[in-house]
Design a protein around this ligand. Structure first.
Ligand code: NAD
Length: 481
């Protein structure tokens, strides 16, 4: 494809798959759409079965040498990779904004977060555990890497959601095949390009491709583990496919997070935080607030304060400096969110802010606040993954907890109150992987994150998360021969 004159237009030759330390073409090409314009702005190679086989063979060849290195040595490689990422932050951020849609500042934050979390992970020591050391015997649990990890990521935060599993796999001595979503392949291919200058050939392989390529990874005999981040439905398919070879799986899946606002909370003070945690990345965040349960004493004031936030929010192309909320990332998701909006309107719920979708080619939906909605509506039951959030009323705390837990999801949730300990007691009743008090959507390298119920299996970050990439081996020594 010839280079076009449009600023920021990429050419085919700007991207390559990373296999065995080489940037190569694929069997196919992917068109990549800028969601702010609805137009294709780049093409990149896509891998087929042949490239997957070659990448797996390279990762298997690289594994014995990589696993034999010390943790400090692998941490040093990851540190140099992070430095190189930071050096390319501006270029990567604008590419991320063009393919994903989020505002430029948030793209930069995503890259910064990916590097700080990665560096934080490599400061966690993994030591053998001594269970017994008596005159008769010594029993120790040792940890060894699984082999080749297949990492599959979604389109909402492609760099950050690659970084956690990638660093965890590499630091613990595994080699990697990384596959981004076909909607957002470009930054991940750039990560591969950067990794090529830091890691030995075969340690990291990056393949762009569609759902079929993901399926082939989950079925591949040469892959030992799948770290999957995506929807519940795909996560179930991954687990079923992985069963044939008993691959280890980590599943980071969808959520329908509830925020419970108690009667003593200050609506005006918390509204900006609730709004941000609901609408950042236009609601396309696994752990975004997706339902707000407010006590009847604060309900009206909270609705007013949220409406004020929604009216202030600037929606537009992520490349515009003032934009706070970008478009929905892809047409399919845009149509899905519009379908939920239509159902909501037809149900007779009150739309307090937003709800009117601008005409044009970009996939824009303004932040939409909905009140007086039925508990059985799609907006409450399903993961909307878009900028439309229901505010529901309760009068009894236990009823709020019951309704918050009445879902197949269990990713995270939060409780808001003037009395943090009172809120913590309520938070302890949520059936989730993380329950925050007076904040929402905070992760760090040292704190395990993951889903309860159908929101996932396993954890990312912390020693617990690192051990998802390790097998435990007991060595039991009888001291008398
Ligand atoms: P998706 O499940 O459609 O796709 C995710 C990735 O899986 C893509 O790379 C896709 O090509 C691949 N894939 C699809 N079907 C597959 C299969 N059968 N086998 C192997 N790979 C397959 O999800 P999405 O629409 O890209 O992402 C949105 C979803 O991801 C939301 O539900 C969101 O909540 C969830 N998510 C979860 C987390 C978390 O940490 N829990 C983080 C971000 C997003």
């Amino acid at each position: 494809m010839a280079r076009q004159d449009t600023p920021g237009t990429e050419t085919d030759s700007d991207f390559g798959l990373l296999i065995d330390g080489q940037l190569v073409a694929g069997t196919d090409m992917l068109d990549v759409i800028n969601p702010a314009t609805g137009q294709v702005f780049a093409r990149c190679p896509a891998a087929g079965r042949d490239e997957l086989d070659r990448a797996v063979a390279a990762a298997r060849r690289a594994f014995p040498q990589w696993r034999s290195r010390r943790y400090a040595d692998r941490a040093d490689h990851i540190g140099r990779f992070c430095q190189a990422l930071r050096a390319k932050r501006e270029q990567l951020a604008s590419l991320l904004t063009m393919e994903q849609g989020k505002p430029l500042r948030q793209s930069e934050d995503e890259i910064t977060r990916a590097t700080t979390q990665s560096e934080g992970l490599t400061r966690i020591a993994i030591e053998p555990q001594l269970l017994e050391d008596s005159n008769e015997r010594r029993i120790e649990v040792q940890f060894f890497p699984l082999g080749v990890a297949g990492i599959i990521t979604p389109w909402n935060a492609p760099i950050n959601l690659a970084a956690g599993p990638l660093t965890s796999a590499l630091y613990t001595g595994n080699t990697v095949i990384l596959k981004p979503s076909p909607y957002t392949p470009l930054c991940t291919l750039k990560l591969g390009e950067i990794a090529r200058n830091v890691f030995p050939p075969g340690v990291i392989n990056v393949l762009a491709g569609g759902d079929d390529l993901g399926r082939q990874m989950t079925e591949h005999d040469g892959i030992d583990k799948i770290a999957f981040t995506g929807s519940v439905e795909s996560g179930k398919a991954v687990m079923a496919a992985a069963a044939r070879t008993l691959k280890r799986v980590t599943l980071e899946l969808g959520g329908n997070d509830a925020a419970i606002v108690l009667d003593d909370a200050d609506p005006k003070a918390i509204a900006p935080k609730l709004f941000f945690a609901s609408f950042v990345n236009s609601g396309q965040v696994c752990m975004a607030i997706k339902r707000i349960y407010a006590h009847e004493r604060v309900y009206a004031a909270l609705c007013d304060a949220l409406v004020e936030e929604a009216r202030k929010a600037r929606v537009g192309s992520g490349l515009e400096p003032d934009t706070q909320l970008g478009p929905i990332q892809n047409r399919e998701q845009y149509d899905r969110v519009l379908g939920i909006l239509d159902d909501t309107r037809r149900s007779g719920a009150r739309i307090l802010a937003g709800g009117v979708v601008p005409r044009g080619d970009g996939y824009f939906i303004p932040p939409t606040i909905v009140a007086d909605i039925d508990e059985d509506s799609r907006l409450v039951r399903e993961e909307q993954f878009g900028p439309i959030v229901p505010v529901l009323k309760f009068s009894d705390e236990q009823d709020a907890v019951r309704r918050a837990n009445d879902t197949r999801y269990g990713l995270s949730g939060s409780v808001w109150s003037a009395d943090p300990e009172r809120a913590a007691a309520v938070a302890s009743q949520l059936e989730v992987g993380t329950a925050w008090v007076n904040h929402h959507r905070a992760t760090s390298a040292t704190v395990p994150f993951g889903g309860a119920k159908e929101s996932g299996i396993g954890r990312v970050y912390s020693e617990t998360g690192l051990k998802e990439y390790l097998e435990a081996r007991v060595v039991s020594v009888l001291k008398s021969a």
